[in-house]
Design a protein around this ligand. Structure first.
Ligand code: FMN
Length: 201
């Protein structure tokens, strides 16, 4: 059974946004085509950024092209993530630059903009019929060391991408999480109008 978890919203939102979620069941037998991989990167590339600095960098590992490097990246993940990422054909890591390119001053929006690029990337995945799951559970020092990420760049998230698979093939505990409903705080708890703390209705 391929699970869908469309967002419940008080008014309609774009279908692409409503249908995106973070699944754990991936189809190991279906690679992500090269054109699709490039489309994901293009979507991230065209994200907005402060001063158009484009402070993000991405590393990617395609198991069907370079299984040894994919394995090396996989080993940087926390155990809890490895339990389900093992079937994902494509792994990425988003990395945020900390300085503006044009004047080497600190770019305090670097991480913000890198997150925006990743949001583009995961939505593009949905548009291509793929699923993407971002992860903070990885060893950033290990990733830096194994892949020579330079000083001044901060590994932000790893992202598993692939075709979604039947949730029945997941281990019991992971399956429980896969089947759990998606939840969000009420809109007025996080979105204010005019003054801090005044819920936007
Ligand atoms: C920066 C970031 C780090 C995350 N880290 C993990 C992780 O390590 N493991 C995991 O299973 N999910 C991780 N997630 C997925 C979130 O748990 C998920 O986005 C959240 O529960 C909302 O669910 P949804 O994406 O299905 O709407 C992460 C998401 C983001 C954006």
């Amino acid at each position: 059974m391929i699970i869908e978890k469309k967002a419940q919203t008080s008014v309609a939102i774009h279908d692409l946004i409503a249908r995106r979620w973070s699944p754990r069941a991936f189809d190991k037998s279906r690679p992500v085509e090269r054109g699709q991989v490039i489309a994901l990167l293009e979507a991230a590339r065209w994200a907005p950024s402060c001063n158009n600095d484009q402070p993000w960098c991405y590393l990617l590992w395609d198991r069907n092209r370079d299984p040894a490097s994919w394995q090396k990246a996989f080993e940087c993940l926390a155990e809890g993530n490895q339990a389900w990422v093992r079937n994902a054909p494509l792994l990425l890591a988003s990395v945020a630059g900390g300085q503006f390119a044009h004047n080497a001053k600190p770019n305090r929006w670097g991480q913000h903009d890198t997150g925006a690029a990743s949001a583009n990337l995961v939505l593009q995945a949905v548009a291509l019929g793929l699923a993407a799951h971002q992860m903070g559970g990885f060893d950033a020092d290990r990733l830096r060391e194994k892949f020579a990420i330079p000083a001044g760049y901060t590994p932000m998230a790893m992202i598993a991408v692939g075709y979604q698979a039947d949730a029945d093939n997941l281990e019991v505990e992971v399956k429980q999480r896969e089947l759990a409903p998606r939840a969000r705080k009420p809109l007025g708890e996080k979105f204010f109008e005019g003054t801090w703390g005044v819920p936007a209705a």
